[in-house]
Design a protein around this ligand. Structure first.
Ligand SMILES: [Zn+2]
Length: 427
């Protein structure tokens, strides 16, 4: 690998770098980045970068890799292939594997299985043992083993007392707790968002207030326990972003993420009982979607994270009520984000890169990749203007449960560099 892009837009918000120039990468190391043409030897492949953007590698802090335990849906190998194909160089594996990531052994297993991968795989470990909600996991030992945050994702820590104890227990090592915000007593057997569409379709609804209640409770607990670090996962309601905004204004160390489907689709997508429009949290209303745009624009929401949740075709090909929640998202994230946010001027290019690369690492206290000479290239190259149609057969994820089949997007990943490796995105 010895390539030099010319006329490429190079955007690295943490370095306040936004230039059009040259980017030369040799054997995975950045040889040169700048506006002046470098003196490159003859064996360097010169690539026209006219339509392309080079950014610090994109990072998805909410991915279900399914291994160990559910390798018929995804494996660490297919999940990371999918991530690289979607333009990501780093992911966080969520803990609802089987067994759950509640021990050093499972954490080490995932670390070993993902070693030498082009995609850096980090682990979110559980707050409670086996995600059962009745006993705290040994979070200190898992921090020492490399866990970057804690959550019982897949479900919520139901007991306020347990959540309070989790904040107190992790206070000496200042761990990040992240919550799947769902008040379970209000959402039993839900199939979709509670509203006029669920009434039309005769499906059991999940009212948006059931999300808001947990966001509010956790913000109060995080404050009460001494301004603890708290991250609200996959926000979907207008009410929750208002709560996050208020907490930030008061100086709380609170952050939030939104999944691409929650800023492009509404519960209308469920009409026709398409099980690929079934996820948790469910698709909400247009007012909620617009609240997401505003929150992204105002930096109330810090992070775009996919909540990539693979399920097999057979698992999804059942009655709507019985289908599992979740969709794959790694390979459509850049397309949705560019189409819905960048090209509609909801966010600038720099802000898009902040939400997909800078802020997830900032929230997790991970080092930021720099686009500078001598650094190991950890870079996402994408074409924000490339138009393409989604063909799920091209995905590298093992499952193809996407609601975006045949959607036209404008914005496509092109290539990723990381860990001295390079992968071309083929979508
Ligand atoms: Zn979740």
């Amino acid at each position: 690998m010895n390539v030099c892009y010319e006329n490429i837009r190079i955007v690295s918000p943490v370095q306040q770098l936004h230039i059009t120039g040259y980017l030369w990468i040799k054997n995975g190391i950045i040889e040169y980045v700048g506006e002046q043409r470098p003196d490159v030897p003859n064996d360097v492949e010169i690539l026209k970068g006219n339509d392309l953007v080079a950014a610090p590698g994109f990072f998805d802090m909410h991915v279900h890799l399914r291994e160990p335990g559910q390798t018929h849906k995804e494996t660490i190998e297919t999940g990371t292939d999918s991530a690289a194909n979607g333009g990501f160089t780093g992911v966080v594996c969520m803990p609802n594997t089987e067994p759950a990531i509640d021990s050093i052994q499972t954490l080490e297993f995932i670390k070993n299985r993902s070693a030498n991968n082009i995609v850096n795989v980090h682990c979110c470990a559980t707050i409670t043992k086996a995600r059962k909600g009745d006993e705290l996991a040994n979070m200190l030992s898992m921090v020492e083993a490399g866990a970057v945050m804690f959550s019982d994702d897949g479900g919520c820590v139901e007991s306020a007392d347990m959540m309070r104890r989790a904040f107190d227990y992790t206070s000496p090592f200042d761990a990040l707790l992240t919550q799947h915000c769902e008040e379970h007593s209000m959402t039993k057997n839900f199939a979709m968002h509670e509203g006029s569409v669920s009434a039309d379709l005769g499906l059991k609804g999940y009212p948006s207030v059931a999300e808001d209640i947990i966001v509010a409770r956790d913000i109060l607990l995080a404050e009460y326990c001494g301004n603890r670090r708290y991250h609200a996962a996959h926000l979907s309601t207008k009410g929750s972003v208002r709560l996050i905004a208020d907490a930030k204004k008061r100086g709380q160390r609170v952050s939030g993420e939104v999944a691409p489907h929650h800023f492009i689709l509404t519960d209308e997508a469920v009409r026709g009982y398409n099980t690929n429009a079934k996820m948790n949290p469910p698709l909400r209303t247009q007012a909620d979607v617009e609240a997401m745009w505003q929150a992204l624009s105002d930096d109330v929401i810090d992070v775009i994270a996919t909540d990539h949740a693979p399920h097999t075709f057979e698992e999804k090909m059942v009655e709507f009520d019985n289908a599992p929640n979740g969709i794959v998202g790694l390979e459509t994230a850049i397309g949705v984000a560019c189409t819905q946010l960048l090209h509609r001027n909801v966010v600038s290019l720099d802000k898009l890169i902040e939400k997909m690369s800078v802020n997830p690492r900032k929230v997790l206290n991970l080092p930021q990749p720099l686009l500078q000479q001598g650094a190991i290239a950890n870079i996402t190259i994408f074409n924000p203007d490339a138009e393409w149609s989604v063909i799920p057969e091209r995905f590298l994820t093992k499952s193809k449960n996407t609601p975006f089949t045949e959607y036209q997007f404008k914005g496509k990943p092109v290539r990723v560099f990381n860990n001295l490796k390079m992968v071309d995105c083929m979508l």
